[in-house]
Structures are given as structure tokens and as C-alpha cells.
Design a protein around this ligand. Structure first.
Ligand code: ZN
Ligand code: ZN
Length: 290
């Protein structure tokens, strides 16, 4: 990370964290500092339309900060369609106003169902009072497997990664800066440190890697088939792929602020200057430039 002054003169991203929890939102004094909303990150590339990762409950807070008089024309890269990654969609105010436009990129589904059909099934009575077609904004749907595409000048790599159901990780590159996002990533087994070629391709040499950090080793012993990994696994993968900064993300709702502080301090003591490790928290803004 460098100063905001250098971000003014060199190309790069601003990365803002709006929701950092996995599985389900949580609240209370014990999680107040890291925050209790589920997955949502926005990426601000100068002069470029906004790019988001996921639409968990944190998306509402990104939306309420968007100027009401500025029509929203943005892109969201959805990792997958589990609740904790889409629940904020009907509360994202920029598309609750006429003129708002959101392009949703999501993984191809395993059956013949389209992503648009899944969203229509999610947003309809009796599960939700309003249908997506009745929202004032415009939605565009794009489906991906292992693809390379661009959003404006930003190069995007989508790769299927192990989780429960089709799930994408993403890598963004622009102006020599790079960022990877793997919110939900299944570790192969207890104490098994291996990664697929797809996961390695997403992470190799990136400046910032935002990665699943749901479980401690003790928790993973009982939940090793739940689609996630240990904090140690995220650190291993970051070291393996020569990552500059690892952002631990998708915190388990049972992990309170003090525990996260302790774990992050322990991990940094272990890795020394080989890797920077930080914990994602709501409101964190990272300036990334080269
Ligand atoms: Zn999740
Ligand atoms: Zn999931």
C-alpha cells in the first residue's frame, strides 16, 4: 500500500469493504469493529464505472452512499448465488431509482437454469413482496465459467473454484495493479494444502488477494465439507502464489473482534515480512497503485 498522494499520479484501484461476514449477518458489541454485514466489496478505478464483488447485506451501505442525483451504471461480479452474496440486491438503492443500471456477472448454473431465472425465483412472493421486473432500475445478466473478458479498461479473469455449487473467483488487472477475490473456497481436507490450477491462476503474483478465512483449524475439523477453508490455508495459498497483501475475508459470524485481532497478529508474526496480512472490516478502504 502506498499513500493516497501517489494514488493520484499512478493508476490503481480503491478497494472499499462494505460487508465482510460469511454465511449470515451478525451484530452486537463483539463484532462492531469488523462489522456484521455479508459479502460486498466495491472497486473504484479512476474514470471508470463502479465494479462490485457480491451483493450481500453490505451492498445496502454502498448504495445509500451513492449520490441520489447521479444515475448508477455499474457492474457486480457475483461469486455465486448463496444468500449471503445476493441478499442485498433488493436493498441496493441505486437500482431502486429510475435510470439505475446494474450488470450482474455470475457463474453458469449446473442445470439448464439461467442466473436471471434464479434471481426471479428469489425475488417473488411469498419470499419477497417485489419482483425484480418491478424494480425501477435495469438489470443485465452475464454468465461465466472459466472466462477472460474486460469491463472497460479493466481485464477480468473468472475461474470456477471449489465450493458448494458453481462458484467463481475473479482476478482484476488494470494499469499494472492486480487484485483477486475468492470469497468462498473449499480446502481439500484437514491439513491438506493444495490448490487447483484455477485458484493458482487467479492469485499468482497479485498485489491484493481477498480470500475466504472462515474457520480455525479446530472448527474446520468438524466442517471440512462445508465449502470453506481455514485461515492457515488462505495464508498458505498467498505465500504459495507470491501475493503481496492478503486480506482475510468472509469471517465466520461466531468470530468476534478480539479473536480476529488475535488471529491476525499471530499470522503476521508467523509470516514476518514475506506477506502482509490484514483483516477485512467494514469501511476499510485500500489504495492500490503501482
Ligand atoms: Zn459465502
Ligand atoms: Zn457460499
Amino acid at each position: 500500500m502506498t499513500s493516497s498522494l501517489s494514488a493520484i499520479v499512478t493508476p490503481g484501484f480503491d478497494i472499499t469493504f462494505h460487508g465482510v461476514r460469511g454465511s449470515t449477518p451478525c451484530h452486537g458489541g463483539g463484532v462492531a469493529r469488523y462489522g456484521g454485514n455479508t459479502s460486498c466489496v466495491s472497486v473504484d478505478v479512476p474514470g471508470h464505472q463502479p465494479i462490485m464483488f457480491d451483493l450481500g447485506t453490505g451492498a445496502r451501505y454502498f448504495g445509500v452512499g451513492w449520490p441520489a442525483d447521479q444515475p448508477f451504471d455499474g457492474v457486480c461480479l457475483l461469486s455465486h448465488l448463496h444468500w449471503d452474496h445476493v441478499q442485498g440486491l433488493p436493498f441496493f438503492t441505486p437500482v431502486l431509482r429510475p435510470g439505475g443500471r446494474l450488470a450482474l456477472h455470475a457463474p453458469l448454473q449446473e442445470d439448464e437454469t439461467t442466473v436471471e431465472e434464479v434471481v426471479q425465483r428469489m425475488l417473488c412472493p411469498p419470499l419477497f413482496p417485489v419482483r425484480i421486473a418491478d424494480l425501477p432500475g435495469e438489470f443485465l445478466f452475464h454468465e461465466h465459467g472459466d472466462d477472460d473478458f474486460s469491463i472497460g479498461e479493466v481485464q477480468v479473469m473468472s475461474r470456477l473454484i471449489p465450493h458448494l455449487g458453481n462458484t467463481l473467483g475473479y482476478r482484476l488487472s488494470w494499469g499494472g495493479a492486480s487484485l483477486s477475490y475468492l470469497s468462498d473456497h473449499q480446502q481439500p481436507g484437514v491439513d491438506v494444502y493444495e490448490a487447483t490450477d484455477n485458484a493458482r491462476e487467479l492469485c499468482q503474483g497479485v498485489d491484493v488477494m481477498i480470500h475466504d478465512a472462515q474457520y480455525t483449524r479446530a472448527e474446520f475439523e468438524h466442517k471440512s465439507s462445508w465449502g470453506h477453508c481455514t485461515i492457515d490455508y488462505a495464508v498458505w495459498l498467498a505465500l504459495e502464489c507470491d501475493v503481496r497483501t492478503l486480506v482475510l475475508y468472509h469471517h465466520d459470524p461466531s468470530h468476534d473482534d478480539d479473536q480476529l485481532d488475535r488471529v491476525i497478529a499471530e499470522v503476521n508474526a508467523q509470516v514476518g515480512d514475506r506477506l502482509d496480512v490484514i483483516g477485512a472490516r467494514e469501511g476499510l478502504i485500500m489504495h492500490l497503485d503501482r
